[in-house]
Structures are given as C-alpha cells and as structure tokens.
Write a protein that binds this ligand. Structure first.
Ligand code: NAD
Length: 375
C-alpha cells in the first residue's frame, strides 16, 4: 500500500525519542520503503503519553500500553522501556501477532531471553534488537575486511565499552542500579553492545573467566533522599576463549571518568589489524603488514559513500554520520524485514546469545572459575 507498517512506541525517554526521530526520517533517507506510520505512543500515564504524542508527532497516545496489542492499525510494537518491561511487553506483542522491535538488552536473564527467542521463532513475526553499533557502516567495513582475510588470520580480539554516566558518586540511584528493573549493571547496559560486536566481527565465546565489581556501593534515591544499595556491577571484565580458539578480552565500565561513549575494539591478525573507537565513529584504523619499516603505520579510513548505507545520508566522504543515523539504518533494516521478508540482524536469537555470554561472565565471577557459555 501507500503507507508502511504502523508503529506503536512504548517509552519516550532517551531511546523512545531516538526511535521517533528515526521513524520520521527513515523513508526520506531510504526510498525503497513506504513511509512507516507513527500511530500511537505510550508511556506510564495518559498525561505523559499525550505530551509525548505532541512532541514526537504521533497520531494518538495512551497511558495503557496493552491497548496497542488490540489495535489493528499497529503492526510493530516498538519497546523503549526499562529492561524489566521488555519480557512482558515483547511476549504480549508476539502473542498478539505483532512484529517486535525492542531495545537492548533483550531481557533480565537467560531464562526470560530463551522464552522470548523461542516465542519469536515460532511466531513468524520479525523480531529485532536495538544493538545499533553493529549498524555502523564502519563496523560493517571492519567485518568485511576481516572476513575477506585482509588482516590474515585473527589471533586476538580486545574490546572495551567505557562510559562515565555513573562515575559521580553523588549521582542519583536510578532504575539502572536495581536488579529487578535492569538485571545486570554495566554488563547489561554496555556489555550487551560489546558482546554483539564481538559476535559480529569474530565469533562466539566458548568459555569465559569473568569478574564483576561494584565501585560505588550506595547512591541517593532522588525520590526519598535516602541512600540505597546499588544492586549490580559498575565494572565487568572477562577473559574469553572463542569457539575458534582465539583469545578475546572484554572490559566494561559505567564509572570510567572521562569516557562518554568509549566502545572500542582492536582485532589483530597475522597480516594486519583493525582498531575502532565509537567516540570517533566515522573512522576505522587499518594496519597492513609488509609496509616499509620507516613509514609503517595505521591508515585512517574516513566514512564515506563507499561504505554501507552512508551514501543514503550524504554524497561526500568525511562529513560523518551520528548515532541517530545508526538508528535510521537499523529501522530501515527492520522495515525491509517486515515488508520484504529480509532477515533482520541482530534478532532475538542474537539477544539470547548475548544474554548467555553476560550470564557466563557473572557466574564465573561468582564462582571465581572458568565457565562454559551455554548453547
Ligand atoms: P529512560 O529512563 O530515558 O526512558 C524510559 C521510558 O519508559 C520513560 O519514558 C518512562 O516513563 C517509560 N516507562 C517506564 N515504565 C513504563 C511503563 N510501565 N509503561 C510505559 N512506559 C514506561 O530510559 P532509556 O535510556 O530510554 O532506556 C530505555 C531502554 O533503551 C533500556 O532498555 C535501555 O537499555 C535501552 N537503551 C539503549 C541504547 C542504545 O544505544 N541502543 C541507549 C540507551 C538506552
């Protein structure tokens, strides 16, 4: 038809807003899809939802997200709520025959994630997760270079995801500090992206030796003024043995003072290496072995029309994409999956695989021993 899938968006914070921007932009950037409809937006109550509908330009609003399930104008349930709500909302959406586009992490634990992944597989619906960093054209270039053997055989991967949004010890206690609402801490919030990147570039972990650590054990609840115990980790670290036998290291922190979006990875091969830093998301560093010794060094590849979907946004190299553009690319992939039956990555199966690695890191930390990743 003339119009694309109808979206029901739940949650209008940081990510809800990013999803709304992408919804309005995606059919301008990409001309191979019909324009999706911003049908209805939901938040905790009618008043909040109504305000969001005006700001984010949705046709309707509701304080009751369950009403979206019965709404025939809605094809996709778009979940941008805190982590503990993903399970209930995604499960209900799949049962109601809707496609589901859900923010990461998929769920609070492996049991929930496995239930969702199975329900998604059986439903025939499109299911996708907002693990947007692998949608970056430069991450795709890295993957292609590695797959094409440009750096030889991969011998080592190291990745970090450092941010400082909880580095201030006077910062508030939020839902992200609470087990029942967030699940794990930095591991779920940031580590989910990093594990997805590891899978995307080089493969899956076989076993892990992990450790989690709480740096700031108490924070003040802004509602009550009382100090509350932080229930999940600020820092997570893991030594990993991949299925291929290649060693990998992951390090994750939400208290890394000075780091704003420090998702970095380095992949070393027998004939070259690749390095990336999300704070410079339009650059990829590539080193090729065999250079003249006096001038050997990394070359900086600047994002441009030669890379993935970049040309849809801009005809000139070096001008740069931003985080909201990654959401546009991700949403485009999702709508192609809905309209044309193309596969979507990362889907709920990837969400489950990520959850299993995170669980293994936590278990290993508790047992202080190597732990096999469940398959
Ligand atoms: P946020 O706190 O800014 O927003 C959460 C929203 O959900 C708020 O509008 C809140 O009112 C609403 N909400 C809470 N309970 C609700 C309920 N019962 N019914 C309806 N709405 C409800 O949080 P955020 O930073 O936007 O995070 C939301 C999700 O997005 C999380 O799962 C988080 O992990 C994920 N996230 C992903 C990225 C990314 O890079 N992909 C970045 C940030 C957050």
């Amino acid at each position: 038809g003339m119009s694309g899938p109808g979206f029901g968006l739940i949650g209008t914070g940081f990510m809800g807003r990013a999803h709304a921007i992408a919804l309005h932009e995606v059919a301008v950037v990409f001309d191979d899809i019909a324009r999706p409809r911003a049908v209805c937006v939901s938040d905790r109550d009618d008043e909040r939802a109504g305000r969001a509908a005006a700001e984010l330009r949705f046709e309707r609003a509701t304080g009751d997200w369950r009403s979206l399930l019965k709404d025939p104008a809605i094809d996709v349930l778009d979940i941008c709520t805190p982590n503990h709500l993903h399970f209930e909302m995604a499960r209900a959406a799949l049962a109601a025959g809707k496609h589901v586009y859900c923010e990461k992490p998929l769920a609070l634990d492996v049991r929930e994630a496995a239930t969702l992944a199975a329900a998604a597989r059986e439903s025939g619906a499109v299911h996708g997760l907002g693990l947007n960093y692998t949608a970056n054209p430069m991450a795709q270039v890295a993957r292609e270079l590695i797959a094409a053997g440009e750096i030889g055989d991969v011998v080592h991967f190291t990745g970090r995801y450092f941010e400082d949004y909880m580095a201030d010890r006077d910062g508030p206690f939020t839902w992200r500090c609470e087990r029942a609402l967030a699940g794990a801490g930095a591991l779920a919030d940031l580590g989910s992206h990093l594990v997805n990147m590891l899978h995307f570039l080089v493969g899956r972990p076989q076993r892990v030796l992990g450790e989690v650590h709480i740096a700031i054990p108490e924070r003040r609840d802004p509602a009550t003024g009382a100090l509350r115990r932080v229930e999940n980790e600020d820092i997570a670290r893991a030594l990993i043995e991949l299925e291929s036998g290649v060693p990998a290291t992951l390090e994750i922190s939400r208290v890394a003072t000075g780091r704003k979006c420090g998702l970095t990875f380095e992949v070393y091969g027998t004939r070259g290496s690749i390095a990336f830093d999300q704070e410079r998301m339009n650059e990829l560093k590539l080193y090729g072995a065999g250079q003249a010794a006096a001038r050997a060094g990394y070359q900086t590849i600047l994002a441009g029309p030669a890379h993935g979907d970049y040309a849809r946004f801009c005809p000139s190299p070096g001008h740069g994409l931003g985080i909201n553009d990654l959401k546009v690319i991700e949403l485009h992939n999702f709508i192609r999956a809905v309209e044309c039956g193309e596969g979507f990555y990362p889907d709920f199966d990837e969400g489950l695989a990520v959850q299993r690695v995170m669980a293994a890191i936590e278990t290993s930390g508790a047992e202080r021993a190597w732990v096999d990743v469940e398959h």
